[in-house]
Ligand binder design. Sequence first.
Ligand code: F6P
Length: 745
Amino acid sequence: MRVTIRLILSLILAAAAVVFISTGFQARQEQERLEEELARRAAVLADSLQESVEPLAAGGNLEGLQRLVQRFGARERLAGIAVYTNDGRPLAVTQSLPSTFHSPHDMVRDVMEDGEGQGLFLTDESKRWHLQVLPIRWAEHIIGAIAIVHDAGYIDAQRDRLWRQNFIRLLFHVLVISLTTLLIVQWNLLRPLSKTIEWMRHLRRGELAEHDTLPKGDVFAPLAREVTHMAKSLTAARAAAETEAKLRHAAESRWTADRLKEHLRKALNGRPLLLIANREPYMHIRQGRQIRWIMPASGLVTAVEPILRACGGTWIAHGAGDADRETADASGRLRVPPETPLYTLRRLWLTKEEEDGYYYGFANEGLWPLCHIAHTRPIFRAEDWQRYADVNAKFAQAALEELEDTEHPCVLIQDYHFALLPRLIKVKRPDAQIALFWHIPWPNPEAFGICPWADILLHGMLGADLIGFHTQFHCNNFLDTGDRLLESRIDWEQFAVNRAGHSTWVKPFPISIAAPEISGEISKDKFLKELGLTVQWVGVGVDRIDYTKGMTERFRAIERFLERHAEFQGQFTFIQLGAPSRTVIKRYHDLGAELDAEAERINRRFQTRQWKPILFLKKHHSQEEIAPFYRAADVCLVTSLHDGMNLVAKEFVAARADLRGSLVLSRFAGASRELREALLVNPYDIEETAEAIYAALTMSPEEQQRRMERMRWTVQEHNVYRWAANLVTELTRLQPAQEHVAAST
Ligand code: F6P
């Protein structure tokens, strides 16, 4: 309050000073203007009297003279007129002339001596007068003078009125300023401040509820950002401590970030960790004039990022954001996560031609459909293949730079973008231990064999010491492929490929998520209301818009479900969150339009005024934005036609601390090997999926709980920290190879 009073007083003083100075200036100008006007009027009057007075005075016509002055003397603000002889005797005087002027003023004598008329303001008996004197002449001689006296008091009165008016205006300003200041301070400072204090108090006590949000607005935006980061770290630290405590209590062996850190410290024993993935974990993008960062929609990023957070190291990736260059140093490096830096991200810059050929072309129009059997034909172009090889060489160069001055480094290469990279690194750095993790399925040898460069890809991959897939089935396919397409020896007991004296172990490592404990509750009703939904049941799907995800089949299964179970019409809405992906590729671009049309068709078929069955939200959603959808859903649909793992299934399970909700899961997603309690479906079988949705929505709460408990146990036990620990432990257990590794294909 004291600050408010000080603020108001300062504003009032400033306003008063401005009013005082400007009124003084204005009053002086007004006075000068009125005085000039009066002097001019008096001079004109004197001139016009002079002509009539002179003959009357010279002829001694005193009566005529008196009548004349009396007639002129009746004018506004004129106090009186006197005509004097040259020895100072009054010849004619108006009755109204103040007595002071009955005998002539000194100026009258001066005027008669100089022969020039004069005007003067003078004060007498606290009144202001204006005296104008003009000589009267006859036959070249000065025979007397005319004195004209005006009452100048109205000029002072006018000045005083101006001061009074401006003083009243000042009072009004003071009132308005005080009220406005009070309102501004109250609404923009005090209220948000007390809300922030309340929020921080709740945070400190761990009582933060869903509806407790930080105030938004310009003044508090930077503070809110900082405090939110601090709060997140605090919540994470608290959650980690609680988890540790629980684990200690239950004597369990669950993997956490801290445990992984400790484990990898021992396993790596000072050896540096280098991770190479096409996709970067933090992408800087322009939004209007602002630059902000996002985490791209990528299962790989979701899974691998916690490892780097836990252990530090360097992640090399393609800098694909339109503001990536401005936010990195000259060598493309920056520390991330942006709010609490823990490891280094090194961005590599690719030309448009490189990106088109390597990423969109060979990786995503060739290898992606080749490995996912989803009935989209792979396209192989020689130019794309050349770019793919060039970009692999570029990443190899960057990796070798990062590995300079290190010994026996551990290199984790991610995914199908870098099949050639393991060998490119290994030939230069035989001491490096290299793992390649393939995040997508591996097909059978016949399917893979159609790639014109299948043998070169396999040779490149076999430069790694360890190759990981999500499932044993994919490992077997890979070993079969190596057996058929390359000159190599397969050790089916050890699951290894031996080629030219170098062994590569091939093992399953089912990837997962960090599976954090999520606390707090959301109000489903409130959340649905915000989305404009009034239904009783909701389903959710969260995907990159990709033809492998079976989204068209999913929409059709929803249509069939509503046909077969009409009682759910008006009561069930399916929300599809779809992140646009690889839209430069025609198949992906067309798919977006296909899905829009399909959702539209189904909606038109069933919708009423207040309800439609499918809500298709086509945009990138952050993890924080997705969480409430998972937690509000009665059923989550994961209907991939083919998927290496699918982490959405695991994220949904991890989000359901309330042990409610059901998961409908494709049997062709790697996750179906672990999440056995989900309702498993063949996504191509629309009838089966429709019935699974019905079973999910009519499942008893006890049954939901039973299934959810077991799935949650699986996800929490087999989290990404365990995955990382297994992968790195397996890699470091292999003897560092020093043998010569063939570079030739
Ligand atoms: O599944 C393979 C994969 O690399 C995932 O790790 C990830 O979810 C997805 O593809 C991302 O695709 P992109 O990086 O091309 O957007």
